[in-house]
Design a protein around this ligand. Structure first.
Ligand SMILES: CC(C)(COP(=O)(O)OP(=O)(O)OC[C@H]1O[C@@H](n2cnc3c(N)ncnc32)[C@H](O)[C@@H]1OP(=O)(O)O)[C@@H](O)C(=O)NCCC(=O)NCCS
Length: 194
């Protein structure tokens, strides 16, 4: 069921450069299976490690539900030309009432190092500023995760500090760097496209 608390799905896929952000489809199960081979990705989300096709399809279905249940927007990062799925990126809006959102992203191992995540985060951030009442987007990144830190910096996020013992990952309390982007001046009131 659609939640009235978050904006409708965008009528045009957000995009930047050679990347577009689109809805999950069953065909994206193979991308989810590739992501599940990464040692870190399964520890930070609901994707089981080394998942089966059935588990990948269930993951895809959970991503489709994120907007329906009001959690936020879960997008496939797709190649604009081929529509091939390269990864996943989410804009989580549980704190939209306070003007805040969180974002997270993963790219399949064989597509890394090609600027995919930075381009996708730029597209997601531009899309986020079309949401009325959103003023701040946060990223939580482990200090060792240099690739993710570079992605945040490339997309214009600034480091604000270290949240010590912020959350449990793989059974251990972990410190998290907090990065944030703030709504640019002059984009105060943009109405979301139906
Ligand atoms: C983090 C992640 C999304 C980056 O995806 P990507 O598409 O390879 O990222 P990009 O190509 O846009 O940029 C990566 C940047 O990090 C750098 N980088 C990549 N791997 C690196 C490594 N192991 N050590 C240091 N820098 C690294 C690249 O050189 C590039 O920086 P540069 O353009 O300044 O040279 C990907 O590694 C991933 O999915 N990791 C597992 C999930 C994860 O950690 N998600 C983020 C949680 S906060």
């Amino acid at each position: 069921m659609y939640s009235p608390h978050i904006p409708p799905w965008p009528s045009r896929d957000p995009g930047h450069g050679s990347i577009r952000l689109r809805r999950f489809a069953d065909k994206d199960a193979s991308m989810a299976m590739d992501l599940s081979q990464d040692p870190y990705v399964p520890t930070i989300g609901s994707l089981p490690a080394h998942c089966t096709e059935d588990e990948a399809l269930q993951f895809v279905e959970r991503q489709r539900q994120r907007h329906c249940d009001g959690t936020g927007f879960s997008f496939v990062i797709a190649d604009t030309v081929t529509d091939r799925a390269l990864g996943a990126i989410g804009l989580w809006l549980r704190e939209l009432g306070s003007g805040r959102a969180q974002a997270g992203y993963s790219v399949v191992p064989r597509e890394r190092g090609k600027n995919v995540a930075a381009t996708a985060l730029t597209a997601l951030t531009d899309f986020a500023w079309t949401i009325p009442g959103l003023h701040r987007i946060e990223l939580h990144i482990e200090p060792w995760n240099t690739a993710s830190i570079r992605v945040a910096e490339h997309a214009g996020y600034q480091k604000e500090g270290l949240l010590r013992s912020h959350q449990e990952i793989a059974g251990e309390r972990r410190d998290m760097l907090i990065f944030a982007a703030i709504r640019p001046q002059g984009i105060r009131k943009v109405h979301h496209a139906e």
